[in-house]
Design a protein around this ligand. Structure first.
Ligand code: ZN
Length: 210
């Protein structure tokens, strides 16, 4: 490499770094959610932008998770999201929270990892192409509230329409790999057809009715 070329490349470095960061930040406004869904966008809870070299993906599936960790009633979900994002980056070396959305105990929906990037997992499946929704808490031991179930159904219905995901591509983590996730008290609504029936109703009914 000539000296001249070296200096040209050096001068371009901040531009490249900046455009990556801008891509992540501008994506925060990319999805136009119905107001009724009440989604707390990344800009609303203290999400920190970061850099990534991850390739983008095309969403064709929706996969439901639980956090796997008991979530007490007095725990602040916003503080949890901030700490969890920092932990994922420093301890796991992931670009972000592994999930694209998280739902709290009250049924509040939070936008987390930008959906244009595939999620992350500690288990043996490839999350590329999956929109990942995680309900905070451990539903092997906790009980899923009706507010959480309603939020999960409404968000899933919205994502199904937004990304044209067929009904048979809405599944749980444990349908793909060896795991208890999303816990028995959440999984039962997938097993008994409650979620599928509600989603097909929403499809007929149009916009989520929350
Ligand atoms: Zn999971």
């Amino acid at each position: 490499m000539t000296f001249k070329l070296f200096f040209i490349l050096l001068a371009l470095l901040p531009v490249v770094a900046c455009s990556k960061r801008e891509a992540l930040e501008s994506e925060t406004a990319a999805i136009d959610y119905p107001a009724a869904l009440g989604v707390v966008k990344r800009s609303g809870w203290g999400w920190q932008p970061g850099d990534t070299t991850l390739a983008r993906h095309k969403v064709s599936k929706i996969t439901i998770h639980h956090g796997g960790e008991e979530f007490p009633k007095d725990k602040d979900p916003v503080l949890y999201l901030q700490n969890f994002q920092a932990w994922c980056r420093t301890e796991k070396n992931w670009m972000d929270n592994p999930y694209h959305f998280m739902i709290d105990l009250e049924g509040g929906i939070y936008e987390t990892r930008p959906i244009i990037y595939p999620g992350d997992t500690n288990t043996g499946y490839d999350p590329t192409g999956h929109a990942l929704i995680c309900v905070m808490g451990n539903y092997e031991v906790q009980i899923l509230s009706q507010a959480q179930l309603a939020a999960l159904i409404d968000l899933t219905a919205f994502l199904q329409r937004e990304f044209e995901v067929p009904a048979n591509a809405v599944k749980a983590h444990k349908d793909y790999t060896e795991t208890l996730c999303p816990g028995k008290d959440l999984y039962r609504y997938l097993e008994d057809g409650t979620i599928r029936a509600a989603l097909s109703q929403k499809k007929i009914g149009g916009v989520p009715d929350r």
